[in-house]
Design a protein around this ligand. Structure first.
Ligand code: CA
Length: 236
């Protein structure tokens, strides 16, 4: 155990590092300019391969990820990132790529922005996703059946086995666990887990499907119940 004195200086975290993955230099430049003037640090990758290298080398706090990229496509990059981390990812998609948006969310993206976008809109989304990726930061641990949630650490355990959840999945589970047995509709869950997102209510189904898959791996999938026509509940 490390010793800490009450008056010790806190180490101040540097500003969050945002990785911009975009093959169109003008768009990347504009995004980086806005991010920097908002105080973020940035790194840039022009293709999927470079993106994966930078993710591993620089450990960004958030990734802005274009869908259509040379070498390795955005969705492939997302899949690879999700296989090893829960780093928040915002996808940049074209208006015509409806299917990609849903697929991206299924693969664990935290949000998406539709091109053409206003940079200010992207900044607002970056801020919101980074805020949401912080653990709720308060509240006592919750226990529902074999499930244990610690909001201070944003950690979830099932019978002592840790689950690796994205920030959105954690928020959903935390909200449901706050009132075991209560049925929440999609609108309530969307507001709890993804405030300020342009995401539609069906997005909740995608995140909960992913959450259920992870609970399944820990033999706890029957705790998360779909109530037809009404919504979802968590029950012991
Ligand atoms: Ca592109």
């Amino acid at each position: 155990m490390l010793e800490s004195s009450p008056g010790a200086d806190r180490i101040v975290d540097p500003m969050p590092l945002v990785l911009v993955v975009e093959d169109e230099p003008q768009i990347a430049e504009i995004l980086e300019g806005y991010l920097r003037s908002s105080g973020y640090r940035t790194e840039r990758a022009g293709d999927g391969e470079a993106a994966l290298r930078l993710v591993r080398a620089a450990h960004p706090d958030l990734i802005l990820l274009d869908v259509l990229l040379p070498k390795v496509g955005g969705l492939e990059v997302l899949k690879a990132v999700r296989a090893e981390s829960t780093t928040p990812v915002i996808m940049l998609t074209a208006r015509t790529e409806e299917l990609d948006k849903l697929l991206a969310l299924e693969l664990g993206a935290d949000d998406y922005v539709t091109k053409p976008f206003r940079p200010r809109e992207v900044m607002a989304r970056v801020k919101a996703v980074l805020r949401r990726s912080q653990p709720p930061g308060q509240g006592a641990p919750l226990r529902v059946g074999t499930l244990e949630l610690d909001p201070l650490r944003a950690s979830v355990q099932v019978e002592g086995q840790a689950l690796k959840l994205t920030a959105t999945e954690f928020r959903l589970l935390h909200h449901l666990a706050g009132s075991p047995g209560r049925i929440f509709n999609r609108a309530e869950l969307l507001e709890a887990a993804l405030p300020e997102s342009e995401a539609l209510e069906r997005v909740i189904d995608v995140h909960l499907r992913n959450l259920r898959r992870k609970l399944e791996a820990a033999d706890a999938s029957d705790m998360l119940q779909t109530v037809r026509g009404m919504g979802y509940r968590l029950s012991a």
